[in-house]
Design a protein around this ligand. Structure first.
Ligand code: NAI
Length: 258
């Protein structure tokens, strides 16, 4: 008989980008429930502080750190902040992201650059500063955020699809490079999930805010996902339960690609 069950992330330190909303918020909360100390990192400091204080009110350990993850100096400072506070980093969830619902013809150069910077360059930058820390302590787990649309094309979302496809293959390259240092790197590929982003996308398409949530009834499981359901998959990739998994793209989409 084993002893009393411990949290899946007991004793671990995690940083979640985009932790102030949606999938990042749900994951920060779940990580804390599973015993991790969590840095809630976001460009929106007020909301990140709110999420961190909710976690503390529920008995967990968390604090907010502000960063624009498309900026190298902010990424380096965020990692340094966590090391300064807790002395290690075991899990990095690169989750912050934005979307623009446009074809290449309708996308401005500035929109293209913004989507690439927040969705893709951020993964490079945060990982650049996190990997040496993880390698130095004997390993770690990085989870990058792709999308179902990082694996197949989607309508009127060309820069977004390009950025997410690149995240999937950047993940594979990082898994090859850093496997020998026991740093595992995987992508979670959510399908449509009920967050502010999905409502914002509907707005960009000129639809009612809940139109894309409602369209989930066309999927095999007949609904969109909840942030908590994506967080459960991220927890698996973060925890030692996935100790032989690296370079993978884990699709969590209710059968959306079927
Ligand atoms: P959300 O809009 O609810 O949350 C995104 C968070 O990222 C916000 O708190 C925002 O302040 C933060 N953020 C934006 N730009 C930032 C920057 N430059 N630096 C730091 N933080 C920044 O979005 P959601 O839906 O939770 O999305 C999370 C991730 O999941 C994104 O990468 C998104 O592309 C991906 N995803 C979402 C899907 C969905 O249907 N909601 C489907 C597939 C992937």
């Amino acid at each position: 008989m084993s002893s009393v069950k411990q949290g899946e992330l007991q004793g671990k330190v995690a940083l979640v980008t985009g932790g102030a909303s949606g999938i990042g918020q749900a994951t920060a909360q779940l990580f804390a429930e599973e015993g991790a100390r969590v840095a809630v990192c976001d460009i929106n400091l007020d909301r990140a502080e709110m999420v961190a204080s909710e976690i503390r009110a529920a008995g967990g350990e968390a604090y907010a750190v502000q960063a624009d993850v498309s900026r190298a100096a902010d990424c380096e400072a965020a990692i340094q902040s966590v090391i300064g506070r807790w002395g290690r980093l075991d899990v990095l969830f690169n989750n912050a992201g934005i979307t623009r619902r446009t074809s290449v013809v309708d996308t401005t150069e500035a929109e293209w650059d913004a989507v690439m910077a927040v969705n893709l360059k951020s993964v490079f930058l945060m990982s650049k500063y996190a990997v040496p820390v993880m390698a130095g302590q004997g390993g770690g787990s990085i989870i990058n955020t792709g999308s179902g649309w990082g694996l197949v094309g989607g309508k009127d979302a060309a820069p977004y699809c390009a950025s997410k496809g690149a995240v999937v293959n950047l993940t594979r390259a990082m898994a090859v490079d850093h496997g020998p240092q026991q740093v595992r790197v995987n992508t979670v590929c959510p399908g449509d999930t009920d967050t502010a982003m999905l409502r914002n996308e509907a707005h960009q398409l000129g639809l009612a805010d809940d139109a894309l949530v409602a369209a989930g009834d066309q999927r095999p499981l007949q609904r969109v996902g909840s942030p908590r359901e994506i967080a459960q998959a991220v927890l698996f990739l973060a925890s030692d339960r996935s100790s032989f998994v690296t370079g993978a793209a884990f699709v969590v989409d209710g059968g959306g690609l079927a």
